[in-house]
Design a protein around this ligand. Structure first.
Ligand SMILES: *Cc1c(COP(=O)(O)O)cnc(C)c1O
Length: 393
């Protein structure tokens, strides 16, 4: 068990992560592993897979893992049990599944609405779903999105948005958009990838219809960790997923010819899940759940504010290049700065052991993952940033 330090109660968690002395401010891209992951994988491989082979699916809780991990994640998402599933798909396929299902709940409505600043895969998948189902894809600016819903909401089958802009970190409030969708009879779909593990999203309280999110960013589930899907109990009997695979069948092992969806969230399953990846995600969730989403959020905000304080002290003119809202309550877990030659700054920082994430042409993003980034690292990162920016001028 970790020993808590009174001055910095979460700092001790940082020791649990294999960061190898480097500073990882790119945990919104891929978080580092915990040291204990290797032992956990060995426990499953040597202790379950090797001795029990295929029987382990039934005897070691493997078949339940998509739901077990989903329920654990639910505590970070404000979702009650039985509403979150980790089927073993990517975020892209999970979003496809959710968007088609959303459109199938609104067969008479011609429009699929999305924000233009969405993560590219969301735009591609939404366009593909629109082509497949013969709907019109409407792409709107942030303000245009709300206006479109207000003026043409009765045409909208599903509206897809994200609570955190993946470039600027700017927040989008889930509650009012979801309420607006409901007032117009549209299905609200949220991509939580850049929020999960760092920002409370209160899915049940906000009455969200469908949501998806990524397992390998702040959750730290590992490279290519599977995505999750949220389906509230009230929609679970009507929702009809296009990826109707045998694991989503009411009786998968009866091997019948016709698909009969399982009760509850199990109908969102597809095929045999990537067990070792699920084990990795499950293991990564433990410290996050232990700390809880509100403390994680607070910690991430404090680190972000400290970053801005250090910058204000050492190179205040860089604050004019902030691409993110100055108010911490209007941001997710990361900050973005506009700098000339962002990729050069990124590689100069990497040379000094500070890992950030550039988004060409001119953005660098700094993510404040709450459990393995420390105040002391933030201060060192700002020093390195000031040097790197000087070096590229
Ligand atoms: C990271 C991210 C994804 C990733 O999709 P994958 O299919 O898992 O690679 C999708 N959407 C958003 C908003 C993201 O931030």
């Amino acid at each position: 068990m970790t020993i808590r330090n009174d001055l910095d109660p979460l700092a001790e968690y940082a020791r649990e992560f294999a960061t190898d002395g480097a500073i990882h401010l790119n945990g919104n891209s891929l978080g580092p592993p915990r040291h204990s992951l290797v032992g956990e994988l060995d426990r499953v491989v040597s202790g379950q897979w090797a001795p029990r082979q295929v029987q382990a699916w039934f005897q070691d809780g493997w078949l339940d893992l998509p739901r077990t991990v989903g329920d654990k994640l639910g505590s970070l998402l404000g979702a009650g049990p039985g509403q979150v599933l980790v089927a073993g798909e990517t975020t892209s396929t999970t979003l496809f599944n959710a968007l088609v299902a959303a459109c199938r709940l609104r067969v008479d409505r011609p429009v699929l609405l999305i924000e233009e600043a969405s993560f590219p895969t969301d735009l591609y998948i939404a366009a593909s779903v629109a082509r497949l189902l013969d709907r019109e894809l409407i792409v709107q600016s942030r303000n245009g999105f709300d206006t479109y819903l207000e003026e043409n909401g009765a045409q909208v089958a599903a509206a897809l948005a994200a609570p955190v802009d993946f470039r600027t970190g700017e927040r989008r409030e889930i509650r009012p958009i979801t309420a607006l969708c409901h007032a117009k009879g549209a299905i609200s779909v949220w991509d939580l990838s850049h929020a999960t593990g760092v920002l409370p999203v209160d899915l049940d309280a906000n009455a969200v219809d469908l949501a998806v999110g990524c397992g390998y960013k702040y959750l730290g589930g590992g490279p290519g960790a599977p995505a999750f899907l949220y389906v509230p109990t009230r929609l679970q009997t009507t929702v009809d997923f296009p990826l109707a695979g045998w694991h989503g069948h009411a009786k998968p092992f009866a091997m019948t010819q016709t698909f009969i969806p399982a009760d509850g969230i199990d109908r969102a399953r597809t095929g045999t899940p990537p067990l070792l990846s699920l084990v990795g995600l499950n293991h990564a969730l433990d410290p996050l759940v232990e700390v809880g989403i509100h403390a994680l959020h607070r910690r991430s905000q404090e680190l972000g504010e400290y970053f801005l304080e250090c910058l204000a002290e050492r190179r205040p003119e860089l604050l004019n290049q902030l691409a993110s809202p100055r108010d911490a309550d209007r941001r997710g877990g990361h900050l973005a700065l506009r700098v000339a030659e962002a990729e050069k700054v990124e590689s100069a920082l990497a040379d000094s052991g500070v890992h950030v994430d550039a988004r060409p042409p001119d953005l660098i993003r700094f993510a404040f993952a709450p459990l393995y980034v420390t105040r002391e690292q933030v201060s060192r990162a700002v020093d390195a940033l000031c040097n790197a920016v000087e070096g590229t001028q």
